[in-house]
Design a protein around this ligand. Structure first.
Ligand code: MN
Length: 204
C-alpha cells in the first residue's frame, strides 16, 4: 500500500491573512505531494512496503533506511501533522492538561511562545520547530534540520511531536520574504490547540 496525502482539513485560503492561499496551494499541492510520491518511489519493493510499516514506525527506525526515505518520509509525516495542527478561527491559548503541562515546563504560555519562536528563529537554513512530549509525559521545545523530526532515532531530542512549524523558506517566502519572525508570530494565530491537546493526551 502506497502512502497517500489526506485532504487538507480546510480551504486553501482558510488561514488567510496569516498563511496565504498561494503558499498553501503550492506547499500542500506541490511540496507535500512530491514528498509522498518520492517516499513511495524510495520504498518500492522494500520490506517496509510489503509489510505496510506505518510512517511513524519508519521514522522511529529511520537510521535503517536510505537518505531518500529519511528526507521524503520525514517530509510526509511532518506536513501531514502541520496541516492538522492549524485551523481557521483558531490560535489563542491552550486549556486544561495541555496548558498545565506548558506552564509546568515554561512557567507561562508567553514563555512557551518565546521558547518556540526562539527555536524557529535559530534553526539555521531549513527545518522545523517542535513541541514534543517526552517519555514520562513532560513537554519540551526543540528543532530539527531538513525534514527530520523528533520521532526519528537520529534526532538530538526525541519524543512525540504534537506541534510543528515548518521554517523552510517555501513555507513563508511568498508572503513574508526574509521576515521569518513575522511568519512565526502569525503562526500562533492559527494553532489548533484542540487538536494539539488531543495529541498531547494520546502521547503522555
Ligand atoms: Mn514544507
Amino acid at each position: 500500500m502506497a502512502f497517500t496525502q489526506e485532504a487538507l482539513p480546510y480551504a486553501e485560503n482558510a488561514l488567510e491573512p496569516h498563511i496565504d492561499a498561494q503558499t498553501m496551494n503550492i506547499h500542500y499541492g506541490k511540496h507535500h505531494a512530491a514528498y509522498v510520491t518520492n517516499l513511495n518511489k524510495a520504498l518500492e519493493g522494500s520490506d517496509a512496503e510489503k509489510l505496510n510499516i506505518s510512517i511513524e514506525d519508519i521514522c522511529k527506525n529511520i537510521s535503517k533506511y536510505s537518505a531518500a526515505v529519511r528526507n521524503n518520509g520525514g517530509g510526509h509525516f511532518n506536513h501531514a501533522l502541520f496541516w492538522k495542527t492549524m485551523a481557521p478561527n483558531a490560535g489563542g491559548n491552550p486549556s486544561g492538561a495541555m496548558a498545565e503541562a506548558i506552564n509546568k515546563k515554561f512557567g507561562s504560555f508567553d514563555k512557551f511562545k518565546e521558547a518556540f519562536s526562539q527555536a524557529a528563529m535559530t534553526r539555521f537554513g531549513s527545518g522545523w520547530a517542535w513541541l514534543i512530549v517526552k517519555k514520562g509525559g513532560d513537554v519540551e521545545v526543540t528543532s530539527t534540520p531538513n525534514q527530520d523530526n523528533p520521532l526519528m532515532d537520529v534526532a538530538e531530542a526525541q519524543g512525540t511531536p504534537i506541534l510543528g512549524l515548518d521554517v523552510w523558506e517555501h513555507a513563508y517566502y511568498l508572503k513574508y520574504q526574509n521576515k521569518r519572525a513575522d511568519y512565526v508570530s502569525a503562526f500562533f494565530n492559527v494553532v489548533n490547540w484542540n487538536y494539539v491537546s488531543e495529541l498531547y493526551q494520546k502521547a503522555k
